[in-house]
Design a protein around this ligand. Structure first.
Ligand code: AMP
Ligand code: ZN
Length: 432
């Protein structure tokens, strides 16, 4: 079942040819922007020099710093009258960046999101509730236009206001939700408070989850809690937003759309390309963008490309679950740790509730890691020894995953801070 069968199952050779011809066009277009105009001149780059995909590897990278340096219009290739929308990244790391779109860009983006949604099983007749922030964040309008393109009935409910979200689900018979995973865990508790069970009291069947790193254990929890199939959705505002890579029903990696993007994996330190299958930083080149094409954009997101063909029949390759941004990694006592590793351990344990937080502190020149974990309410009613056993079990499981022993603190539900958008999992107080 394909949204665009010809494109999704196009033979590799043909797809590569398409990529080369679109890459040439993209370079030509990019050259019209003041920023790339200068860069291309300095590196003597002309589209005619591109003959194969390997030629791309000789072009310089574009970084977030480049986007900031030329903020706001330096990478725009068209007259302002042709730009109809701007989006901006969440700015979790430094100043936000702006990405501009023409009407044609928005259409291409909507098509990609529709393709992803269709792949996960969303159809006309579905009622789609988009529970993320609208506005500059791309998850709101990005999914809105994609779902409309697909032909679903859309409820643009936006983020927050949990009770109202649940009421809307009941009123309109929502069957598909788009939701940030940490918020999905929280919302389940609100169902409980309202005396409802999302499994029996809603018509939900599909959850599209993404925008932040999360483990497969978190996905499985969401599937069990809501009685749905949950699909991982990956995107970044510099590459439009959602619609870059998405899970198919095989749920083993996310297909990235090679007719719209060329994806490379590089070693973030040496900047050399890595062989397929090895984990590194994802680098993107847009192939269809008009207002603001980007060449070899360094995403800082870490993942690997799976070269094997997928059983679903799509030719477009897959990337692994995103391990996080290289900036998410922290070093404790010389050990590199990703928040995703902690997520995997905690979300596998049934006693663990729906929220947790990692605090890093420095005391007498020694680094400490405190993992605060919300625990299911029944544990606070019961026996203290049971609680202590659980605390030790969590400590041991974390230790065997991350190789350092954290201090685990068990707390009652709803005591840890929560954000409405992407979760903030790690608070590093070591520099303060
Ligand atoms: P923004 O451009 O502000 O929307 O943020 C995009 C970033 O969110 C990406 O570069 C990733 O770091 C993160 N992100 C988005 N989707 C996912 C996902 N499915 N899994 C892990 N991280 C994600
Ligand atoms: Zn597949």
């Amino acid at each position: 079942m394909f949204w665009e069968r010809d494109i999704e199952t196009m033979p590799r050779k043909e797809l590569n040819r398409l990529q080369v011809s679109r890459l040439k066009k993209t370079l030509k277009q990019a050259g019209h922007s003041p920023a790339y105009g200068k860069i291309f001149k300095a590196h003597r780059i002309t589209p005619e020099k591109i003959k194969t995909l390997d030629d791309l590897k000789r072009l310089p990278f574009t970084t977030k710093e480049d986007l900031r340096k030329h903020f706001p219009y330096g990478f725009v290739t068209v007259p302002k009258e042709k730009i109809v929308r701007v989006h901006s990244s969440s700015g979790t790391t430094g100043r936000a960046t702006a990405v501009f779109h023409t009407l044609k860009d928005l259409e291409g983006w909507a098509d990609l999101v529709a393709r992803c949604m269709f792949m996960s099983g969303v159809r006309r007749g579905d009622v789609f509730q988009n529970m993320v922030g609208y506005g500059l964040f791309t998850g709101g309008l990005g999914f809105q236009y994609g779902a409309e393109r697909l032909g679903a009935l859309t409820i643009p409910s936006g983020s927050g206001n949990s009770k109202r979200q649940i009421t809307l689900m009941g009123d309109f018979g929502t069957t598909v939700i788009h939701i940030i995973p940490s918020y999905a865990l929280h919302l389940w508790k609100v169902f409980e408070e309202m005396g409802l069970d999302p499994k029996g009291d809603t018509q939900l069947r599909i959850a599209l989850i993404g925008a932040e790193p999360h483990s497969d254990a978190t996905r499985q929890r969401i599937e069990e809690m809501y009685g749905v199939e949950a699909f991982n959705s990956y995107g970044l505002s510099e590459m439009n937003g959602p619609g870059v890579a998405f899970e198919c029903p095989e749920k083993s990696g996310m297909h990235f759309w090679e007719d719209h993007f060329i994806v490379e994996v590089i070693d973030p330190k040496t900047l050399k390309p890595l062989p397929e299958g090895e984990e590194g930083e994802l680098v993107f080149t847009t192939l269809r963008r008009e207002a603001m094409p980007l060449i070899r954009y360094r995403s800082k997101d870490l993942a690997a490309i799976f070269p094997e063909p997928c059983r679903c029949g799509r030719i477009h390759r897959r990337i692994s679950r995103i391990k996080g941004r290289s900036d998410d990694m922290f070093i404790l006592k010389g050990v590199n740790i990703f928040p995703l590793q902690i997520d995997t351990v905690l979300m596998t344990l049934a006693e663990v509730g729906t929220n947790y937080q990692v605090v890093l502190e420095r005391e007498n020149f020694e680094d400490k890691m405190i993992v605060q974990v919300e625990v299911r309410p029944e544990f606070f009613k019961g026996d203290l020894r049971q609680l202590e056993r659980l605390r030790r079990q969590i400590t041991e499981s974390l230790k065997s995953e991350i190789l350092v022993t954290p201090k685990v603190e068990l707390v009652e539900p709803d005591t840890l801070p929560r954000s409405e958008g992407k979760a903030v999992r790690v608070i590093d107080r070591r520099e303060m």
